[in-house]
Write a protein that binds this ligand. Sequence first.
Ligand code: TPP
Length: 674
Amino acid sequence: MSPVASAQTLEERCIDTIRFLAVDGVQKANSGHPGMPMGAAAVAHTLFTRHLRFDPADPAWPDRDRFVLSAGHASMLLYSLLHLTGYDLTLDDLKAFRQWGSRTPGHPEYGHTAGVETTTGPLGQGFANAVGMAVAERFLGATFNGDGPSVMAHFTYVLAGDGDMMEGISSEAASFAGHQKLGKLVVLYDDNHITIDGSTDLAFTEDVCARFAAYGWHVQKLADGNDVEAIDKAIAAAKAETGKPSLIAVRTHIGFGSPHKQDSAGAHGAPLGPDEVKQTKEARAWPLEPAFLVGDDVKAFYEEAGRRGAQAHAAWRERYATWSAADAARAAQWDAAWSGELPAGWDADLPVFDPADGALATRAASGKTINALAPHLPTLIGGSADLAPSNNTVIKGVPAQQAATPAGRNFHFGVREHAMASIGNGLALHGGVRPYVATFFVFVDYMRPAMRLASLMGLPVTYVLTHDSIGVGEDGPTHQPIEHLAILRATPNWVELRPADANETVEAWRIALTNGDGPVGLMLTRQNLPTIDRGKYGPADGVAKGAYVLADAAGDAAPELILIGSGSEVALVLEAHERLTAEGVRSRVVNMASWQLFGRQDAAYHESVLPRACRRRLAVEAGVTFGWERWVGDEGEVIGLDHYGASAPAVTLFEEFGFTADNVYRRAKALLSR
Ligand SMILES: Cc1ncc(C[n+]2csc(CCOP(=O)(O)OP(=O)(O)O)c2C)c(N)n1
C-alpha cells in the first residue's frame, strides 16, 4: 500500500483528493458508493493524467480517447476527475451529488453531464458499449484516414469492476472484441474482491485473467492498485499491443484508507458515516475541514492534464485541415457522417414496389432498401447475430467487418444478441456511423437491457427484427413473438414500426434514419405480403404519423366502423373492408404501424384518424391484446393472441387463431349488430 499522508507527494495528494471528494459527496448526499472510487482512485488518476487524450473545452471532439466507467455506481470517481481536469462541472455540482436537477446524478448519464460518454449503471453495459466504440474507431480510421495524417486514431478505455466481469454480456462482448483483435481497447479491471453480498469468494472464483487470455486478449496483472508507476507502465504496454484488446487486472482495495470499512462490502454502497469519514481523513493525515477540499496545487496539476489534451486537440485540428484539403469529397462525407445529417440525395435510389410485382416479405423489402441506401451512406454499418441470411441485412458487394478488413460494413456479431445490442449503442455513442443490428423479433428478450438504454440515451440505433409473429410458422412458440410488441410499446422513446407492405418498409427505413433522437425498431415479416395498391388506398408515407387512414367509407361519409390493423394483418383487414363496403357498410381502415409515433401526433390528427363519434372499432393484430383498449375504446374489440403460438405452417396458424379476412368480416358484422 502507498505511504500515508505524512510523506505524501503531490500525486498522492491528487489521488486522495479524488478519494475524499467521493467520500464527502456520498456523505453529503447520504447515499451512493464511496468504496470503489477510494480503491480505484490511483488507477483513474494515472489514466487521466498520463494517457487519456481529452479536451475539457470540447467533450465531443471526434478523435478524443473514449473513457467508459462501466461500474457506473462509482460515478463520484468520474465526476471528481471531470471537475478536476476542467470540464464544465463545478465543485457545487459535486456537492449536489444525487440531488434533484443536479448535473451529478446517481449514475453517469449520457447527454446530461459533459464528459460522460455513456449512461452506465446496469453492470456490463458500459464494457460492451466500449467494444462498440473501439470497433467504430477502427472502421472510421480504415475508411477515412488514407495515407496522410490520421483523423481517426484514438484509444477506448474502460474501468470495470467485478460486477461487470460477472455479467454475461461482458463475456459476449469480450469474446467479440478478442475475435476482432480490437487492439485499441484497454480495459482496467478494478479487482477488489468485493461486491454487495461480500467477498467475491461467495460467487465468483474463476480466473478472470485466464478467461480473457482465452478470448485472445493481452492480459496484465498488477498487485498494487496504488502503484502509479506500475499502472502507467501497464497502460503503456497495453497501448503498444495493437493486435489484441488489453485487460489490466489491478488488485485494489475497496474503501482504501478507511480503518473499519476497507476491504469490506460496508464500503460499497453506503456513506462511510461521519465517524468513519473523520477516522479515514485522520488515517490519511487529511484535513478534516473543509469537506470537498481541493488544494490549489492539486487543481493546477489536473488542469495541466486538461491543457495537454487541448494541445492534442489543436494538433488534431491541424491534421484535419491538411487531411481535408487533400480530398474535399472525402472530407464532405466525414463531416456529414459526424453531423448526423443525411447527405443530399441519400434517398434517390429507394425502391418503389408495384402490386403487379407480386407479394414480398417485408424483411426482403428491407434488404433491398438497405442496399439502396448503402452507396449513399458510407457509414451505414451493421449486421446480425448470426441470422444475416434470414434478416436480409447484408450490404452486397462490401466486405465483412473483420481484423483483416477493418473498413468492412457487414458485422457478424455471432450468436450474442445482448452484446450486439450494447455494441450497437457503442457504435452510435462513438459517432460518425449509423448502426443497425438484427435478429428474430422474439430474441429482443435477449437485447432489452441495451435497448432500454438506447431509448434512455436517445441513440439512433435501428433494429431490424424479422419473423415478427406466428408468421414464423413451423419453428413454433419458442420463436413466435406474442407479448413483444406490447413490451416495446411500453418503452418510452422506443419507436416501433410494423409496416404492412414493401413500400411501407421503405418508409419505415426513412423514419429510422431521420428520427435522429432515438432508436427505431422495424418489425418485419418472414412471410410474403401483398403490395398494397397505392392508387386505390392511402399513400405509404402515412406511416410517418404512426397511424393513418388507408381506406375509407365511400364519398367521405363518416365511418360507422373502424377496422384497425398493423403489419401483416392489414391485408386481412383491407379484404374484410372491401366485403363490408360492398354490402353498404361505411367502414374505414386504419393502418396502425406505430403506437409510439401515433401517440406523438396532436389531438386533431387523432380525431381525424379515430373520430370519437365512431365507437365501433375492431383491431386485428397477431399479438397480445394488452393495451389495444387505448385505441378501440370501451365498445371496441380486438382480435389478438393472448396465449403462445404453435408449431405448424404459418397459413394454418393464421387460420386456426382467427387471423383471416373471413373472421375479421364476421367479427365486424357482430360488432355492428350489437
Ligand atoms: C445488471 C445489474 N445488476 C445488479 C446491479 C446492482 N449492483 C450495483 S453495484 C453491484 C456490485 C458490483 O460489484 P463491483 O463491480 O465489485 O463493485 P464494487 O463493489 O467494487 O464497488 C451490484 C450487484 C447493477 N447495477 N446492475
